[in-house]
Design a protein around this ligand. Structure first.
Ligand SMILES: C[S@@+](CC[C@H](N)C(=O)[O-])C[C@H]1O[C@@H](n2cnc3c(N)ncnc32)[C@H](O)[C@@H]1O
Length: 405
C-alpha cells in the first residue's frame, strides 16, 4: 500500500530535491560511490516516511503528516533534507507521578550518516547483507536498489515498523526478507552474509552476527551511547572472530533493545542501593567543568573505564547547571563546578565503587597517553562474548578493556 501519492508538481519537486540531496551529501564528504549516488537519486524517501514526529527542540512531539494539507510542504522539504526523522515514540514510565515522557524509539536516520555507513560497508554487487534496524525502510530500500531485494534481509524489533516498511517497500517494487525480531540473534536462515550493518547501537558484538558473517565479511555497527559516537568497522578474521577499529566518523544511534516496549534498551538507571548508600565526601583536583567538553574521543575513552555509565548535570535551586553527575547501576558520584580552593573541587560518591576516582584516573591515563583519538582504538571480538576487547594501538599491547561497554 502506498500512503503517499504526489501531484505532478510535487513529483517534479521531489525529483529536484533528491538531486540536491545527492549534491549536498557529496559536498559534505558522505557520498562518493556512483552506485550509492544513483540509489539516493532514485529511491523516493517520501514514500517510506509519510509522517514523522517533530519536537522543534522541546519535549513535546508533534505529528507532521503528508495527509495534512497545512503540513504537506514542510513534510516534503523535510524528507529530502539531511535530517533524522523520528517515526516511532516510546513511553518512559514516570517514577514521580508526572506525565510519562515520550522518547524516540525509531527514526529514519540522517541520510548523510546512512550513506557514509553504507560506503564503509564496502559492499559489492550481488553480495548479501543483513541489516539490523529496518525502521522506516529507507536504508533497506537503498540496499535493495544497489544489491537487488533477494540479497537483502532486514530485522526490526518493532513489528509495526516492519509491517509498514514491508508495504511501502513493496509499493517501490522492493521485496527484501523482512523479519520482526531481535536483531541480536540475527537471522540464521539467510546466513552466511557478506555484510552486516546495524542502525541501532550495541554494547558488544552479538555472537550471532559473528557466526552468521561469511569469510571475508564485514560488520559496521554503532556503539550505543549519547556522547561517545563510536562506530565499529570489523572484518572477519577467523570463523569465530572479527577484528577492526573505531572509525573516525561519529555516529549517534538509539540503543538496540531486547524488549520492544522498553524505549531505553539496556538498564542504565541508578540502583536504589546506590541512592541509599552513605555519601563519601572528598575533593578532586580535576576541574569537573573541563570534562563536559565536546571531545567525543575522551567520552569514548572514558566509556571503556565505566561501561554502562550515564552522565548528567546537577542543578542549583535556580535551575542552573552547577555540577556533573555520573552513575552506573551500582554507584553514583557528583562533582561540583564551583572550586573550594585553588585546583580543588568537591565530590560526593556513593555505592559499590568510587566512580569519580575512576573518571579521574581515566582522564589522567588519557592525557598521559597523548589524548588518543578514536582511530587508535581497535576491537577484537570472539563469538564467545566473554572474549571481546577494545585495545589501544595493538591487540597484544599494554592497554585493553573488556566489552560489553
Ligand atoms: C535509527 S532506527 C533505524 C533507521 C533505519 N535504518 C532507517 O533508515 O529508517 C533504529 C531502529 O532499530 C530498531 N531496533 C532497536 N532494537 C532492535 C533490536 N534488538 N533488533 C532489531 N531492531 C531493533 C528500532 O525499532 C528502530 O526502528
Amino acid at each position: 500500500m502506498v500512503d503517499v501519492a504526489l501531484t505532478k508538481d510535487e513529483q517534479a519537486r521531489a525529483h529536484r530535491a533528491r538531486a540536491t540531496l545527492v549534491r549536498k551529501l557529496t559536498e559534505v564528504g558522505a557520498l562518493h560511490d556512483p552506485a550509492w549516488r544513483q540509489a539516493v537519486a532514485e529511491v523516493p524517501r517520501h514514500v517510506l516516511i509519510p509522517h514523522y514526529f517533530d519536537n522543534g527542540g522541546s519535549t513535546t512531539w508533534l505529528a507532521v503528516d503528508s495527509a495534512n494539507p497545512d503540513q504537506r510542504d514542510d513534510w516534503l522539504d523535510a524528507v529530502y533534507s539531511d535530517r533524522t526523522l523520528v517515526n516511532d515514540l516510546g513511553t518512559l514510565p514516570s517514577s514521580s507521578g508526572d506525565t510519562p515522557s515520550r522518547v524516540p524509539t525509531g527514526s529514519s536516520s540522517l541520510p548523510s550518516l546512512v550513506v557514509a555507513m553504507l560506503e564503509k560497508l564496502d559492499v559489492q554487487a550481488d553480495e548479501r547483507v543483513l541489516e539490523i534496524g529496518t525502521g522506516s525502510g529507507y536504508s533497506t530500500a537503498l540496499l535493495c536498489h544497489r544489491l537487488g531485494s533477494s540479497n537483502v534481509t532486514s530485522l526490526d524489533i518493532n513489528p509495526r515498523l516492519v509491517d509498514e516498511a514491508r508495504g511501502r517497500l513493496a509499493a517501490l517494487h522492493y521485496t527484501p526478507t523482512l523479519i520482526a525480531g531481535d536483531g541480536a540473534i540475527g537471522y540464521p536462515y539467510g546466513a552466511p552474509y557478506d555484510r552486516i550493518i546495524a542502525t541501532c547501537g550495541v554494547t558488544h558484538v552479538p555472537s550471532a552476527w559473528i557466526r552468521q558473517l561469511g569469510a571475508g565479511g564485514r560488520i559496521v555497527a554503532p556503539l550505543d551511547g549519547t556522547r561517545e559516537g563510536g562506530l565499529m568497522v570489523l572484518d572477519k578474521a577467523a570463523p569465530d572472530e572479527v577484528t577492526g577499529r573505531f572509525d573516525a566518523m561519529l555516529t549517534f544511534f538509539m540503543p538496540m533493545r531486547d524488549d520492544p516496549d522498553h524505549p531505553w534498551g539496556p538498564a542504565r538507571g541508578m540502583s536504589h542501593t546506590a541512592r541509599g548508600c552513605m555519601a563519601h565526601d572528598g575533593t578532586t583536583d580535576l576541574d569537573p567543568s573541563t570534562l563536559i567538553s565536546d571531545d567525543h574521543d575522551w567520552w569514548l575513552f572514558l566509556r571503556l573505564h565505566l561501561p554502562g555509565a550515564t552522565f548528567g548535570h546537577t542543578l542549583d535551586p535556580a535551575g542552573r547547571r552547577d555540577g556533573i553527575s555520573v552513575h552506573t547501576t551500582a554507584s553514583s558520584a557528583i562533582a561540583a563546578f564551583a572550586p573550594i580552593g585553588p585546583d580543588e573541587w568537591r565530590t560526593t560518591q556513593r555505592g559499590a565503587g568510587r566512580i569519580w576516582d575512576t573518571v579521574e584516573s581515566a582522564r589522567r591515563t588519557w592525557e598521559r597517553l597523548g589524548m588518543p583519538r578514536r582511530t587508535r582504538l581497535g576491537i577484537t571480538a570472539l563469538d564467545d562474548t566473554n572474549h571481546q576487547y577494545v585495545w589501544l594501538d595493538d591487540p597484544n599491547g599494554a592497554y585493553s578493556w573488556p566489552m560489553p561497554l
